[in-house]
Design a protein. Sequence first.
Length: 140
Amino acid sequence: MRNKEEKGFSLIELLIVVVILGIVSALAVPAFQRALIAAESRSVHATMRTMSSNQAMFFSQNQRFARLDELNAISDGGLGTLVAPRILRNNYEFEMTPVNPTDTELQNEYEIKANRYVDGVLYSFKLTNTNLVRVYPSDD
C-alpha cells in the first residue's frame, strides 16, 4: 500500500531529465568547440600582427627581416615557446619558409606560417612582408 506522503522522483521523471541533459549537451559541445577554435584563430592573428610590426622595426634597424628566434627575443619570449626553428603557441606551430633563411634571403622577404590540425582540418595563416592571409578554412 502506498503512502500519499511519499516524496521523490519517479523513474520516468529521472529519465526525462537525463534525456533533456543529453540534448542540451549535444547542442552545446559543438558550439563550444567552434567558439574555442575561433578564439584561438583570433589569438594567432593578433600574434602574427605583432610579428609583422616587429619585422618592420627589425628591418629598419638591421636592413633585413628577423628570424623567428630573433622575433621572439624582441618580444621577450611573448610570441610563444621557442622549439628551434619553430615557435609553439596556443596549439599552433609557427615556422619560417625556408626554415633557416640566410641573411641575404631576409634582405628581400620573409614568410611565416602558423598551422594547426583539428580533427583532420588544417587551420593555417601565412604572414609575408606584404600581407597576412588566413589560408584555410574560410571565415564563413
